[in-house]
Design a protein around this ligand. Structure first.
Ligand SMILES: NC(=O)c1ccc[n+]([C@@H]2O[C@H](COP(=O)([O-])OP(=O)(O)OC[C@H]3O[C@@H](n4cnc5c(N)ncnc54)[C@H](O)[C@@H]3O)[C@@H](O)[C@H]2O)c1
Length: 248
């Protein structure tokens, strides 16, 4: 039997979650990968952590806030593999700790440019290829921060809420083109974005997750599900994987 091929592009692939998702998808049969990040050393670290006999991999350095660079990620999938079946738009940044009136315009702009415009750019670039194919799955990384209110993190919360709504609107707009759009809302797992946080803050976050803090590997099943055929009747969903954080 000929194995079904599936071409998957992942942005933010150099980070904790992007690397874990890439490793998981690289191990799934028939997968061909394009991994992208703005940081070359992080991207290299992810590539060297992939399973030895896993998927073929192309890498592209790209800043998701720049549409032309995201287009180049998608073009690289088409040039090397001939198509794009799945886009995991995962790159994201946290905003500085501060109340709304204390944050600078640049803090808001950076969060919106990377978290929201980055996802918009991913959708625009991906649908240009997926619409003519008549199929595709787009998975955006949102956050429970887009569903619950975190004091001192307004830009992050507002941008992640926007990502959830963007997934829903895109799902409705592209369903007739055979394209599904969903997002994952992770709770807190330790990664580079927490590098500046003091241990007390991390402990406090852990206490608010009934199952404790997660790891990036606790999230990969959600991405595998939304990328694959098992979720063929799922679109516009915000899949919460948060150790119970948002349950109370
Ligand atoms: N860590 C958490 O607790 C948590 C919880 C919910 C959601 N998230 C989301 O998960 C995603 C991945 O975050 P992570 O926790 O793995 O953090 P991370 O910092 O380890 O990874 C983020 C990656 O995105 C890349 N990146 C940053 N700006 C970029 C840009 N402009 N263009 C391209 N790449 C860029 C970084 O280089 C990095 O490799 C983000 O969208 C984040 O908001 C994280």
């Amino acid at each position: 039997m000929v194995e079904a091929r599936r071409v998957i592009a992942v942005t933010g692939a150099g980070g904790a979650l992007g690397a874990a998702v890439s490793r998981r998808l690289a191990g799934e049969p028939g997968t061909e990968l394009v991994l992208s990040d703005v940081s070359a050393p992080s991207l290299e670290a992810t590539v060297s952590s992939l399973p030895e006999r896993g998927a073929p991999v192309e890498t592209v350095l790209a800043d998701v806030s720049d549409f032309a660079q995201v287009e180049a990620v998608v073009s690289s999938a088409v040039e090397r593999y001939g198509r794009l079946d799945v886009l995991v738009s995962n790159a994201g940044v946290i905003s500085p700790n501060g109340r709304i009136h204390n944050l600078a315009t640049e803090d808001w702009e950076r969060a919106f440019r990377i978290n929201v415009l980055g996802a918009v750019n991913g959708i625009r670039a991906a649908v240009a290829v997926m619409r003519p194919q008549g199929s595709g799955s787009i998975v955006l990384t949102a956050s429970v921060a887009g569903l619950t209110a975190w004091s001192h993190a307004a830009p992050y919360c507002a941008t992640k809420a926007a990502v959830i709504q963007l997934a829903k609107v895109a799902a409705v707009e592209y369903a007739r083109d055979g394209i599904r759009v969903n997002c994952v809302c992770p709770g807190t797992f330790l990664s580079g974005i927490h590098a500046a946080l003091p241990p007390e803050a991390i402990e406090a976050m852990a206490g608010r997750h009934p199952l404790g803090l997660g790891s990036a590997d606790d999230l990969v099943g959600a991405y595998s599900y939304l990328a694959g055929d098992a979720s063929r009747w799922t679109t516009g969903s915000a899949l919460v994987v948060d150790g119970g954080y948002s349950a109370p």
